[in-house]
Design a protein around this ligand. Structure first.
Ligand code: ATP
Length: 514
């Protein structure tokens, strides 16, 4: 098995084994691309949500929250362009009967060419050692330039064909590149067809009066239709933002990458309303700000990169992804889009209601422009979880499985462990839990030898263990053990709460984003 695949399999099985993620309706053999979060997953998800919400809503005086309904008036989706344009180009392989996104097949082919460039860079870096100049190599090496041109030509053609809705050419491209079905290995493809990703449902009891609805495919539109409600009641002045976290639904076709691409998922979106003409500046501002948010978690700076879009969505005048190094390669984690006045202007047109802002500085009304930041909560979960899972070799030759989740996001902050189940140690440990539980999710564990308990907490991602032993009774101290370094130190019982407060101070973490 390829190494990447093996790592990804480990991530999925660890997530299940430790109560993070379960297949939905597993006892009925599951529902494809739908997942449930277990006891630890629910906590991690909540903590990521909070980390985002605090950074957005609490730390920015001009950003407020919203919680809009999943159901929306069906005209919303006409106005937003989703009824006409929220499609994926699909292609079937006639031998395996598997369905693929045609654009993804081509993009995966290009990713392979780009991997060849990376290989050349690695080889050259080894050969030249310290004197290696990567920039120069990338711009002068003939082989690299050849690969680069090939990749760019393919992407340009794909972009043009999709923009022109020339699906026949997308198919020709797949044929010319000799792309084979990963399952059957054959090149026996159908034509490319468009497929709308929205789930439909009905509102109302009788067939005659029922209204066709969609489950929202993004949370953003709930923000746009409430733009004036929030602006007026909050007396907000531009620039200001509205943030929301909530479920979104997409009938995804390629849904084979665990919680990376789900049919029911959660988005964390913020729409920032600005003066027309200032969008470039705010777009750059939010790109930088969001990248800093990611880096503040310390999962490794080189695991992130920007990808500027060549092919822009129907609503955008600039767009970039923050990509993350998932176990299956660099993929989109978050999108930052300059949406112009597309959404508000269209809602104004379709609803017949004015959605304008009166700018008291300019003494004029206008439809604001919008810069959006949009991240999938589940994708962020996968980023954190997959990067945190490591197998570590210890000095004594044994290995330990470690889930190095950033402490601020960890489901359980501390495990309180009496060394033995007697001599009054459990009572002291219970008292510590009683004290800490008001501020933190902590657990008590007395089963098995202490070493095994430490390993269990390492594997489930608990950053701190607090051990009560016989010495505790004499001098009122406990052992504090750190998950990542395995360092242990004795601290007074009276210091336990304060130590956790200092380690888990949201300020310490979020200060890094400025
Ligand atoms: P992709 O190209 O991967 O389909 P997208 O460009 O359609 O994503 P957006 O519409 O920009 O995604 O949505 C914003 C964010 O929502 C994405 O960056 C991603 O984190 C998340 N997201 C989108 N679709 C899914 C999904 N099916 N499952 C989980 N998260 C998703």
């Amino acid at each position: 098995m390829a190494k990447q695949e093996e790592v990804f399999k480990k991530v999925i099985s660890h997530a299940k084994e430790y109560g993070y993620v379960f297949q939905s309706s597993e006892i009925y053999d599951g529902l494809s691309a739908v997942y449930d979060y277990g006891q630890n997953g629910a906590e991690l998800k909540k903590n990521i949500r909070e980390y985002w919400w605090n950074a957005m809503v609490h730390l920015n005086e001009n950003i407020v929250g919203l919680d809009s309904a999943i159901f929306m008036h069906p005209t919303t989706w006409k106005a937003s362009g989703h009824v006409d344009a929220f499609n994926d180009p699909l292609i079937d392989n006639k031998d395996s009967k598997k369905r693929y996104r045609a654009d993804v097949l081509v993009e995966d082919h290009v990713a392979k060419i780009e991997a060849k460039i990376d290989k050349e860079v690695q080889k050259a870096a080894k050969r030249f050692g310290e004197s290696f100049d990567k920039e120069q190599f990338l711009t002068t090496n003939a082989r690299v330039l050849g690969y680069r041109e090939k990749a760019d030509t393919i992407i340009k053609r794909l972009t043009r064909s999709l923009e022109d809705e020339n699906l026949a050419d997308v198919r020709s491209l797949i044929e010319e590149l000799e792309i084979v079905c990963p399952l059957s290995g054959s090149k026996n493809w159908t034509d490319v067809k468009q497929f709308n990703l929205m789930f439909g449902t009905q509102l109302g009891a009788s067939a005659e009066s029922a209204m066709d609805l969609y489950l929202r495919p993004e949370t953003a539109q709930g923000i746009f239709v409430n733009f004036l409600n929030v602006q007026k009641t909050g007396r907000l002045k531009i620039p200001f933002g509205i943030a929301q976290v909530g479920k979104a639904f997409r009938n995804e076709i390629v849904a084979r990458q665990f919680i990376f691409r789900m049919r029911e998922f959660e988005q964390m979106e913020m729409q920032f309303f600005i003066k027309p003409g200032s969008q470039k500046e705010w777009y750059e501002y939010w790109k930088e700000k969001r990248m800093k948010w990611h880096l503040s978690l310390g999962l490794g700076d080189d695991n992130y990169r920007f990808h500027d879009h060549d092919k822009l969505a129907h609503y955008a005048d600039a767009a970039a992804d923050i990509e993350f190094r998932f176990p299956f390669g660099f993929k989109e984690l978050e999108g930052i889009h300059s949406r112009t006045d597309f959404d508000l202007a269209n809602h104004q047109k379709y609803s017949g209601k004015k959605l304008q802002y009166f700018d008291t500085d300019l003494n004029e009304s206008y439809v604001p422009y919008v810069v959006e930041t949009s991240i999938g909560l589940d994708r962020m979960f996968l980023a954190v979880f997959s990067k945190s899972l490591v197998e570590e070799e210890l000095e004594n030759g044994s290995t330990r499985t470690l889930l190095k989740i950033p402490a601020i996001l960890a489901p359980t902050k501390a495990a309180v462990l009496p060394l033995v189940k007697k001599d009054g140690l459990p009572e002291i440990a219970h008292r510590i839990v009683e004290d800490l539980k008001w501020n933190y999710n902590v657990i008590y564990d007395e089963k098995d030898a202490i070493g095994r308990r430490y390993r269990r907490q390492d594997a489930v991602g608990t950053p701190f263990c607090i051990t009560v032993d016989h010495q505790t009774k004499d001098d009122q101290t406990v052992t504090l053990r750190y998950r990542d370094s395995m360092d242990q130190k004795r601290i007074p019982l009276s210091e336990v709460n304060r130590t956790l407060t200092s380690e888990l101070d949201m300020r310490k973490w979020l200060q890094k984003i400025g």
